[in-house]
Design a protein around this ligand. Structure first.
Ligand SMILES: Cc1ncc(COP(=O)(O)O)c(C=O)c1O
Length: 381
């Protein structure tokens, strides 16, 4: 089976993992500091912490903005469950918004319709690695004094105009899960643009303690204060949100080859885009970045005219041993989502079962690309 995605791993990754094991420093070590500083420099962010997942980063974001019962938070229903959980875990109410049927990103018009006096924050996703209407949404959130959090799980190094996705809002979160463009096994990170969050973020990341202030020497794990007069203690909400050193080492190694990985993904995506343009079919369209943005090329996604066409297409591809799958089930239609939502989202409901994901990864062989292209050609030419 040609999979939907495959991480790009080689002996260099192993080298860095072995380094961790031989150092015997398995938390808060060299690789954590290195990856955080590389990502911070890339994004030109004020603060970056590598977490064990994007889900963890989303939970931190909800604590940082102090979500509580009575608050409402707008998010796309067509999205991953982790944003919704982060909101509900704090006792706040998710308000599900529509998407744009062309790029499946949150609809700015619907955000404006869903705003109320209780709205504390807007969470957007840059779906498939393509920028949502981030400039407009960010201006709007500022004018309303509402927090903006960007879920850039798919979109590390994607841009809107010249600015990296994840750096427009107060907080940006990213995923380096095994399924993403670059990986830390299971990892993620949080980037803060709003400096007022930095001190608390360090505490939240460390189980709600101020331990960071007391770590004087990571290598020797010396934790002390001046004259050993004080100790670190519980100062805030928190959990174990940091990534272990093994994940950071893998992520570091992946960051060293990120340009190569991104270029290959882009090249592969463009091959399929050109083929689809040539097919000139009315049976489906390709999900594309908008003109002002640079995609992170995370997903090769098609939207079919009808759910039945999408289903048949998936069957044919899977029978030929090429992965072709659905993506998100709308959150407001899920068992949990229904507890918070009794309204309809016609665009989302109409589109989700017409979406099909096809394989896209950096190490696709020419043979794999040809096999997928030939089948597309045979079906739609
Ligand atoms: C948009 C979005 N946000 C968050 C996540 C969660 O990422 P992680 O698996 O790193 O927790 C995902 C997972 O794919 C996602 O698609």
């Amino acid at each position: 089976m040609i999979p939907i995605t495959k991480p790009y791993l080689n002996s260099n990754d192993l080298k860095h993992i072995k380094n961790v094991l031989s150092s015997k420093i398995l938390t808060d070590g060299y690789y954590q500091a290195k990856t955080e500083s590389i990502i911070k420099n890339y994004l030109k962010s004020k603060f970056v912490a590598v977490t064990h997942s994007c889900t963890a980063a989303l939970e931190i974001s909800a604590i940082l903005i102090d979500l509580k019962p009575g608050d409402e938070v707008i998010l796309p229903s067509y999205g991953f469950v982790s944003i919704a959980n982060a909101i509900v875990l704090r006792g706040a109410k998710p308000i599900f918004a529509e998407i744009d049927p062309i790029d499946l990103n949150i609809s700015f018009d619907d955000i404006k319709k869903k705003i109320s006096k209780k709205t504390k924050a807007i969470y957007v996703i840059h779906y498939a690695g393509n920028a949502c209407d981030i400039e407009k949404i960010s201006k709007y959130a500022k004018s309303k004094k509402i927090f903006l959090i960007e879920d850039a799980a798919h979109a590390f190094l994607g841009k809107y105009k010249k600015k990296f996705l994840g750096t427009f809002g107060d907080i940006g979160v990213f995923s380096f899960h095994e399924t993403k463009n670059i990986i830390g096994g299971q990892a993620g990170c949080i980037s803060l643009n709003n400096p007022k969050f930095i001190k608390r973020a360090n505490n939240i990341l460390d189980k709600g303690t101020n331990r960071k202030l007391y770590i004087k020497n990571y290598e020797k794990k010396i934790i002390s204060s001046k004259n050993n007069k004080k100790f670190y203690s519980w100062v805030d909400l928190g959990s174990e949100y940091r990534a272990p050193e093994l994940s950071c080492a893998l992520l570091y190694s992946q960051l060293l080859k990120i340009k190569k990985i991104q270029n290959k993904r882009k090249k592969n995506w463009i091959v399929f885009k050109r083929l689809i343009e040539k097919l000139n079919t009315k049976k489906f369209y390709l999900i594309k970045p908008n003109k002002k943005s640079t995609s992170a090329y995370h997903i090769l996604g098609l939207i079919f005219k009808t759910p039945s066409l999408a289903r048949k297409f998936k069957n044919v591809f899977q029978n030929k041993k090429i992965a072709a799958t659905f993506h998100y089930v709308p959150l407001h239609k899920s068992k949990m989502g229904k507890k918070f939502c009794n309204y309809k989202l016609p665009i989302t409901e109409n589109i989700y079962n017409r979406v099909v994901r096809l394989p896209l990864f950096s190490e696709m062989t020419n043979k794999e690309i040809k096999k997928i292209s030939a089948l597309l050609f045979r079906l739609f030419n």
